[in-house]
Design a protein around this ligand. Sequence first.
Ligand SMILES: Nc1ncnc2c1ncn2[C@@H]1O[C@H](COP(=O)(O)OP(=O)(O)O)[C@@H](O)[C@H]1O
Ligand SMILES: [Mg+2]
Length: 318
Amino acid sequence: MRNSISERFNFLKKLGGLPEPEVINEEWLYILKEETRNSILIEGFFVSEDELEEVLASGNPLKRNQEEALNYYRASKFLYGLSYENYRSKKFFFGIPLVRQTSKTIGEKGEFRKGDSRITGAKIIPPPGLYVNDWMAFFEEYVNQGFSREGFFNFLAKQHVLFETIHPFDDGNGRTGRIILNYFLVSAGYPPVILKGDEENKKKYYKALEQGDSVLRRLTEIPFSRQDVRNALEDMNPVLLEDLISESLRGSFDRILIRLLEEKEQIKLKPAQEVGRALNYSPDSIRTLISRGKFIAVKRGKEWFTHEKLFLNRGKKI
Ligand SMILES: Nc1ncnc2c1ncn2[C@@H]1O[C@H](COP(=O)(O)OP(=O)(O)O)[C@@H](O)[C@H]1O
Ligand SMILES: [Mg+2]
């Protein structure tokens, strides 16, 4: 799975790299809107596509879910613009002030909690308020050291587990954490991920966080110990979350890649079945190949579209 991401990354590079996050770019607009709808759905607020359109156009939310959506949309758009500047200048600007400001922009307090906290449905108990500053200073350092290291997806998953485990705010930790996860992706030249918010996918996401945070469980219940936390992060093996991130990333990648290919290389997409016939694959195998990410492909309506030229890994057995 992660292989198919590096191939896409190289593909994008050849096409000039990640386009700037501007809403005149239809794919970016789509990603920002879908991310907003899914991320606030994880939090328990549903907003329909039409309702989101409406509130984005008027800038005037009439209901709580619309307000949540508008705040999230604005926060993510601003943050991805900023991270795009990281990517463009090959610098990495990140710190606690950015985390706090993200929390404020989504409509939360932006202040670290002083009291204790619980995560609904989770086994882990976040560290007591007394130690939040220590944990967050560590988080800031961990991110700045880990960002440019090998194993980017492993780093992304670990920092997300760490942030959600710290749960530094009274509320809005999920939304803030997902925006900064994407901030890191865009800073490195990847599109943002959309973690799906429906019940089934939310369960998968929580399970993935739980797999990661199991090594931190004891450490949140004792005074903060830098060395112990560092060792636990070394031991952490958050494969479920890594897979979830890479899988979701593929969807965003393919949207952006296909738009660029249509514009710059005049590639005309065809229904997947047709591509299958041209390449001598049965309808079943072509579907399997697409679901495994072997083709750069998009779903339009109910059908998948791709092209012979968008077959990755050619020659390798599946
Ligand atoms: N087992 C877990 N370990 C760590 N974090 C978790 C776990 N389960 C859920 N979470 C995180 O907690 C978030 C919910 O926290 P909350 O502060 O209410 O955020 P929000 O208000 O943005 O939904 C979830 O979105 C998820 O990111
Ligand atoms: Mg909440």
